[in-house]
Design a protein around this ligand. Sequence first.
Ligand code: SF4
Ligand code: SF4
Length: 244
Amino acid sequence: MSQPLLPKNVKRMEKGETFRFSCHPSVACFTNCCRQLELALTPYDVLRLKKGCHLRSEEFLDRYVIIEQEEDETFPRFYLTMVDDGQASCVFVSNAGCTLYQDRPGACRAYPLGRAAIRQADDTMDEFFVLLQESHCQGFQEQQEQNGTTYSTDQGLTIYNRFNDAVAAILQHDQIRQGKRLSEGQIEQFILALYNLDQFRTLLFAGQLSETAQVDDTSRHRLADDEELLLYAIDWLKDILFKN
Ligand code: SF4
Ligand code: SF4
């Protein structure tokens, strides 16, 4: 498969290649990268953030998420709201750093790395890292040596990658690659299953979701857990979108 052209300040990392980087409250630019940014959210980001905010998913979406659907794109995109303070600051940034640090999104954890995961024909994922070197980021002046794998692990990205790969089975499904477009109803089901998890659970337990059997007590107990429910919702959505 041909590799996409990367911008000049983005470098594809070779396996095991190292870079020097560290971010901490003493860097001069601390929290600068939490402003003037477009922060796209994955389903697992929303799961963690709404938990961190102690909100139900529908309330979290209402308060903090902008949903955009471009005409020429198959899936809607979800962006974290920024504050109108002249700097377009993230709603969760404070002078002391991220107020939701334990549940911060995957992209915030990964910066300055990006992970590309491309689904292969045999359903395995081909993974590589890219390094984004922005001149304003002082973290590159630090001496700590990192590589993509250890940096991702240290930033708690393993669980984020696991869920992102599960969602990629939908976003990169063969039918999507062949040009399948979703109906309005399917887009609503996509939002419900992947991003509005508490409402999905309510409908599932009430027996009001299509293509689902009655949920027994054992399953209810298991699906009370958000992560278990998201895996269930991904499978449900796959069936809804692609089984015919
Ligand atoms: S710009 Fe770089 S060093 Fe500065 S706060 Fe952001 S990640 Fe850390
Ligand atoms: S969620 Fe936290 S780490 Fe991410 S941009 Fe906002 S304040 Fe910064």
